[in-house]
Design a protein around this ligand. Structure first.
Ligand code: OFO
Length: 169
């Protein structure tokens, strides 16, 4: 039985996963508008990943008989300053998510809720990968600066990303 405090925090996390998906949908729209179609497609896959994260948590909460409340999802902005800006904002968002997941893990550990702690470690590990990927993309964009051909090449590279359900690994 998951404690009431942890139930509440996990439902908030569920909401954050769907909010993340929504945020990436907005980032995809921005990239598409600016002609970065590869980046737009990259963010659409990121959107799908966040939906998968949400579904994994949703199934866990159902399995644990948690009474689900689904609060509304906060709106997102669709305007950014540049390709670098949009990826930097994505990284900042993931760093915030990592912090939240660490706080949740602390609560699960304190309560000796091993099942929930175990689930959360999957998310914590996933965050390491997500942050590393975003940092690498940011480094590449910084390397080319405002060079149009460089940005075009990076965008083309990002278009090769394909969706593979992260919850199956
Ligand atoms: Fe990328 O955040 Fe989900 O967990």
């Amino acid at each position: 039985m998951i404690s009431k405090e942890l139930q509440k925090a996990l439902i908030e996390q569920l909401n954050k996963e769907y909010h993340s998906a929504y945020l990436y949908l907005g980032m995809s729209a921005y990239c598409s508008k600016e002609g970065f179609n590869g980046s737009s497609s990259w963010f659409l896959i990121q959107y799908q990943e966040e939906i998968a994260h949400g579904m994994k948590l949703f199934k866990y909460l159902e399995d644990q008989d948690v009474e689900l409340k689904l609060p509304s999802i906060e709106g997102v902005k669709v305007e950014y300053n540049s390709l670098l800006d949009v990826f930097k904002k994505a990284l900042a968002h993931e760093q915030k998510m990592s912090k939240n997941l660490n706080i949740l893990s602390d609560i699960a550990m304190r309560e000796k809720d091993h099942a929930t702690y175990n689930l959360l470690q999957w998310y914590v590990t996933e965050q390491v990968e997500e942050e590393a990927t975003l940092k690498e993309i940011i480094d590449h964009i910084k390397l080319v600066g405002d060079n149009g051909y460089g940005l075009y090449t990076i965008d083309k590279e990002l278009s090769t990303r394909v969706f593979s359900d992260p919850t199956t690994k």
